[in-house]
Design a protein around this ligand. Sequence first.
Ligand code: COA
Length: 174
Amino acid sequence: MTEPVVWPPAPIRTERLVLRESAARDRATFIELFASPEVGVFVGGAQARGELERTVPGVPGRRPGLFVVELDEAMIGMITLDRRGPEQRRRVRPEGGEAELGYLFLHQVWGRGYAAEACGAALGWFGGAYPGEPVLLCTQTANEASMRLAAKLGFTEVERFAEWGAQQWLGVRR
Ligand SMILES: CC(C)(COP(=O)(O)OP(=O)(O)OC[C@H]1O[C@@H](n2cnc3c(N)ncnc32)[C@H](O)[C@@H]1OP(=O)(O)O)[C@@H](O)C(=O)NCCC(=O)NCCS
């Protein structure tokens, strides 16, 4: 977020998870996420591990709007709530600059409801910090897990469009 109300917020606890800002101990998991072929399928592909080892900072992802998701004191994924830039033509409010939700979870933990649980908590935090603001979400329609997650979180379709050689889905949660 560009103008956080309070960042970082106190760690957010759900039934099974903790959402918190990133720390140096998360570095290996950030690299694992970005180097994973499974995670990369719909988000531009896996990145080279050697390059990541060289370039990922000591404390990766330390910025407003980025939550590390932790299970049993170990990072399993990350959630982002970023402001869309002025270059984004697709909008749901005239001034643009909407918040957009993103999520990446380690392949070995998929399918256990962690993403839904963590994203629900992040959206709850956002709703308290920025009452009444819509949140956008963009995903490939071929990304079935992401499409299911979006529906489960209450996102509804704004439009479908072709970009980067694939059909994209833009959803909004009000
Ligand atoms: C998308 C992603 C975060 C989902 O994580 P997850 O922890 O498996 O999600 P959940 O377990 O909370 O499941 C959410 C919904 O998706 C469904 N789902 C999970 N994996 C699925 C799959 N491979 N195919 C179809 N549906 C799937 C779940 O069944 C659930 O829906 P339901 O409650 O209606 O059954 C995870 O697959 C991921 O990190 N993918 C790679 C990164 C990515 O593509 N991010 C999207 C960028 S836009």
